[in-house]
Design a protein around this ligand. Structure first.
Ligand code: SAM
Length: 275
């Protein structure tokens, strides 16, 4: 089915919010983007969406959903926990002529891979309070997605892409970089949101790594990084004691007095392979 040409005829987002009594709820991480030029730009980072199913977590009143519906995507599946938002999206749903499916549910409870065949992508302005568990769920089955274009608090975006020996480098950096090549594509100031959050945001574009070692499971890397960064300031011989400590480090040819924050991704991969 062809995509509608332009959403200009839809009521302004402020009107949609007012009519549906959508006062933002902090507990649901509700900070809405109402500038459609901005949301169009975010969608453009996802690349050509022709023939793909796009998953959006938390469409809210539809600021990001509108340009997704205007794109060439085959289908958009938007998962929203707040019934008020689902109601607010009904005009957009009608306008999308069958290409927009809205699912009222907690995105943490769903497995997107079961919901539509490949090719699949994820584009979302993630709710801050559950952004990390959502990301880890996507990364666990990252090969099922062509790309992930996600907005995070700027500090979380820093952690995802941080290099070793930097303050932001930690478990999330190693796991994300083990699964994906990532790029920070856009910074968004807090004032761009209604209501503005306390901190700035950033959009990160992630592509599953095709050269990832298939002999290391996500679970193994998770277990290793949990132990290594669980006691971040300790030497690896002590933080990795439960996984083999000095013997494991010796096998990997790593100095047992080093700390997790100094190890490169390749060194973590070498350790994970030996577990
Ligand atoms: N996409 C909209 C935008 O950019 O303006 C709204 C983004 S707002 C940061 C996050 C949205 O996620 C809210 O609409 C909120 O209700 C929804 N949400 C929060 N927790 C959720 C969850 N566990 N599952 C699905 N949606 C959730």
């Amino acid at each position: 089915m062809s995509s509608p040409s332009s959403s200009e005829k839809l009521p302004p987002l402020r009107e949609v919010i007012a009519e549906s009594g959508l006062a933002a709820r902090k507990v649901l991480g509700q900070h809405f983007l109402l500038d459609l030029n901005l949301t169009k730009r975010i969608v453009s980072f996802a690349g050509d969406l022709s023939g793909k199913t796009v998953f959006e977590v938390g469409p809210g009143p539809g600021g990001l959903t509108r340009p997704l519906v205007e794109s060439k995507a085959k289908k958009i599946i938007a998962v929203e926990k707040d019934p008020r938002c689902v109601w607010a999206l009904s005009t957009l749903k009608d306008w999308a002529r069958g290409r927009l499916e809205i699912i009222e549910n907690d995105a943490l409870e769903l497995n997107f891979v079961d919901m539509a065949p490949a090719p699949r992508v994820i584009v979302a302005n993630l709710p801050y309070n559950v952004a990390t568990p959502l990301l880890l769920g996507f990364l666990r089955q990252v090969d099922s997605f062509e790309s992930l274009t996600l907005m995070f608090q700027a500090e979380v975006a820093d952690r995802l892409l941080a290099p070793p020996n930097s303050k932001a480098y930690g478990r999330l950096s190693v796991i994300t970089q083990f699964c994906c090549r990532g790029k920070r594509v856009m910074d968004i100031p807090a004032q761009a949101f209604t209501p503005p959050p306390k901190v700035d945001s950033a959009v990160v574009h992630l592509l599953p790594r095709t050269d990832r070692s298939k002999d290391i499971s996500f679970e193994k890397m998770g277990q290793l990084t949990a132990a290594a960064f669980g006691q971040r300031r300790k030497m690896l011989r002590s933080s990795l004691k439960v996984l083999g400590g000095e013997a494991l480090l010796e096998k990997a040819g790593l100095d047992p007095t080093r700390r997790a924050e100094e190890l490169s991704l390749e060194e973590f991969e070498c350790l994970a392979r030996l577990l």
